[in-house]
Design a protein around this ligand. Structure first.
Ligand SMILES: *[C@@H]1O[C@H](CO)[C@@H](O)[C@H](O)[C@H]1NC(C)=O
Ligand SMILES: *[C@@H]1O[C@H](CO)[C@@H](O)[C@H](O)[C@H]1NC(C)=O
Ligand SMILES: *[C@@H]1O[C@H](CO)[C@@H](O)[C@H](O)[C@H]1NC(C)=O
Ligand SMILES: *[C@@H]1O[C@H](CO)[C@@H](O)[C@H](O)[C@H]1NC(C)=O
Ligand SMILES: *[C@@H]1O[C@H](CO)[C@@H](O)[C@H](O)[C@H]1NC(C)=O
Ligand SMILES: *[C@@H]1O[C@H](CO)[C@@H](O)[C@H](O)[C@H]1NC(C)=O
Length: 577
């Protein structure tokens, strides 16, 4: 690719065409370009093809932000719960005037004028023709990729920026990363094949499945555990080009919501809702956050960033930074392999979660449905494969469990799909040092240490049932829906109920939960959650680990975290007397 343009030390030299030859530095040298399975190359786009690119501008005050988040999230700190408004947050993180001017000057120098910023001034989203983007970001070359009805525009080649801009920009979004593909499935069809691995589930032929009343029964929630506070709120975010139907929510509540007060309509949809058939995952998220966090105002962030050069997940982060009033609890079922993302991107997204924590928002991510995951590394050996944002130290990550006796509301065991493990990017945060240290010292059968990085942020933080849910989609009740995208909205709804009581008493919202969660459990009040101690999750099917990842055990583990919530006890623990 590169041609002789003279030696530029430490710089990536790329020639996009014979007549243009530019020297610049790669911001995301480690970002792989990988069209996921099923996407086919549709050729280079026309020079005039309109693109939307996102510029993540270097923030100030990230160190101060980290200290502030520690203080406002730590119940032992005098600043606990003293959250910032979006405007106060802007004052803390907005880029320096020199940075902002350098970026604007660069863009304007290339004729890029159609840009929109966000309240915190640390992102710019700009529209420009492909030819402009290619001269702005030497090396980049925009091509179309197609999968079914969907089409994205991405650059298979790395981009660079002029050397003097490197200190002002974290990364440019819309070039390499594809929309994530994770989908929940109804396991009804897969059930037979999986039978040998899941003997604890028995024959399962007449299973009635998880419904809101089963959730309420298992987690000791009564009909009185519903929201009362008019300005309390919760949300789920969806990035899979899926829609939910208000009519499905209403039908779900008619079938399954008779024992508790609830709402039957989503209050606000931010983004684009299509009119096609409803998606299973979209229906699942909405139906379970609204039946657990019952009678609480619910928003759905739906398919933000629909332009084919946008990254929907990034578009959601921009929305959060551009809305002064957003729900207090967000349940997100989304993840990518850490090794498919650049470190610069993950670090910046992590900072975005710190910004959310500073505002008192609680952000929950599903831990993923591939257990410890598996990746072949050079030399042919395997390692586990952590998932991001599940591995971010500034989100609360939710794993999955199943009933020990599938026919009864019994104790829970590991759901073998429950995502968990150790980050290769983020070091272990102090709030979990004791818990993870204890696990590593006392676990009886740890996988070989070459499979995971024991110094990393370990996840999940807690768990809930993730197996055999009933979901209404396109007016049809469907059984056997499974995945941590089921457990996450359930935990989200419970935390929104805790917020409701806190708001009723004039207390601040929970905000970033992990410091208080780990403190509670460590202080011997461990009983706020049902400890899940049985079962292992899946991993590499090789001779060394034979499909087994980590195993649950007493106290915290990287399969089910601290376990699943015993709602009344969790509520008591999170409400001062
Ligand atoms: C942020 O909000 C403002 C005001 O509503 C709007 O003008 C702007 O376009 C938004 N920014 C983005 C990136 O959408
Ligand atoms: C919750 O239910 C379990 C059994 O499902 C029971 O052992 C526990 O004591 C209950 N907790 C409370 C606070 O009622
Ligand atoms: C449901 O919530 C509303 C406020 O949003 C409240 O006025 C009402 O009393 C709640 N209903 C019940 C039964 O608690
Ligand atoms: C909630 O409502 C109360 C009373 O109306 C108000 O004082 C408070 O500012 C509101 N909180 C939010 C976050 O909107
Ligand atoms: C692969 O694993 C084997 C057995 O654990 C080990 O002996 C070997 O050194 C590993 N190879 C590489 C390249 O890491
Ligand atoms: C292990 O994790 C740490 C961060 O906790 C990171 O610095 C290091 O590079 C990781 N090692 C590998 C082999 O990925």
């Amino acid at each position: 690719m590169a041609r002789g343009c003279g030696a530029v030390p430490a710089a990536l030299v790329l020639c996009a065409a014979a007549w243009s030859c530019a020297a610049g530095l790669a911001l995301e040298r480690d970002q792989p370009f990988r069209a996921p399975p099923g996407w086919t190359h549709g050729g280079r786009v026309d020079a005039g093809h309109e693109l939307w690119l996102t510029f993540a501008i270097r923030q100030r005050g990230v160190g101060r932000l980290a200290r502030l988040v520690d203080a406002v999230s730590d119940p032992l700190s005098p600043a606990y719960g003293k959250y910032l408004s979006l405007e106060q947050l802007r004052d803390l993180v907005q880029p320096s005037p020199a940075t902002f001017m350098a970026v604007l000057k660069w863009l304007q120098g290339h004729g890029v004028h159609k840009c929109q910023s966000v309240t915190t001034l640390d992102f710019l989203e700009c529209h420009m023709p492909a030819s402009t983007a290619e001269s702005l970001l030497p090396g980049a070359e925009f091509h179309r990729y197609v999968k079914g009805q969907r089409s994205v525009v991405r650059s298979p080649l790395p981009y660079t920026v002029p050397e003097e801009l490197v200190q002002h920009i974290d990364f440019v979004g819309g070039l390499h990363r594809f929309p994530a593909e994770r989908k929940v499935v109804s396991r009804a069809w897969a059930k037979k094949e999986m039978e040998p691995r899941q003997q604890h589930r028995g024959k399962a032929a007449f299973h009635l499945g998880v419904t809101p009343s089963i959730i309420r029964k298992r987690y000791n929630m009564t009909g009185a555990d519903v929201g009362l506070q008019p300005n309390n709120s919760q949300a789920c975010a969806q990035f899979l080009e899926q829609f939910f139907h208000q009519a499905d929510v209403a039908e779900f509540m008619r079938l399954f919501g008779s024992s508790f007060t609830h709402r039957s309509q989503v209050d606000r949809v931010v983004g684009h809702q299509g009119t096609g058939t409803a998606g299973l995952e979209a229906s699942l998220d909405v139906e379970y956050i609204m039946s657990t966090g019952a009678n609480i105002s619910t928003w759905v962030f739906s398919n933000p960033g629909r332009h084919e050069s946008q990254e929907p997940f990034l578009a959601w982060l921009l929305l959060l930074s551009n809305m002064s009033s957003v729900p207090w609890v967000h349940s997100v079922s989304y993840g990518d392999d850490e090794d498919s993302l650049s470190v610069a991107y993950m670090q910046r997204v992590n900072t975005e979660f710190m910004k959310a924590a500073a505002r008192g928002l609680t952000i929950l991510f599903a831990s993923g449905d591939d257990g410890a995951g598996c990746r072949r590394v050079s030399g042919g050996n395997h390692t586990f494969r952590p998932s991001f944002p599940a591995s971010s130290p500034y989100v609360t990550t939710v794993g999955g469990t199943a009933f020990k006796n599938p026919f009864l509301v019994t104790a829970e065991v590991t759901d073998y799909i429950s995502g968990g493990g150790f980050s290769n990017v983020f070091p272990r945060p102090s709030y979990q040092a004791a818990a993870v240290g204890r696990f590593l010292r006392s676990a009886s059968k740890l996988p070989p240490s070459s499979y995971y990085n024991s110094s990393g942020r370990a996840y999940p933080d807690l768990a809930a049932l993730s197996d055999n849910y009933w979901v209404v989609t396109n007016r049809i009740p469907l059984p056997w829906v499974s995945g941590t995208s089921a457990s996450t909205p359930v935990v989200g709804g419970m935390l929104a109920l805790v917020n409701d009581l806190r708001l009723q008493r004039g207390l601040p919202t929970l905000g970033f939960l992990n410091p208080v969660l780990y403190q509670l459990q460590e202080q011997g009040h461990g009983a706020a959650l049902f400890d899940v101690t049985e079962g292992c999750h899946l991993s590499c099917l090789d001779g060394t680990v034979q499909g087994r990842g980590f195993c649950a055990g007493p106290s915290w583990d990287p399969v089910t975290g601290w376990g699943s919530p015993d709602f009344p006890r969790l509520l008591r623990a999170l409400l001062p007397p």
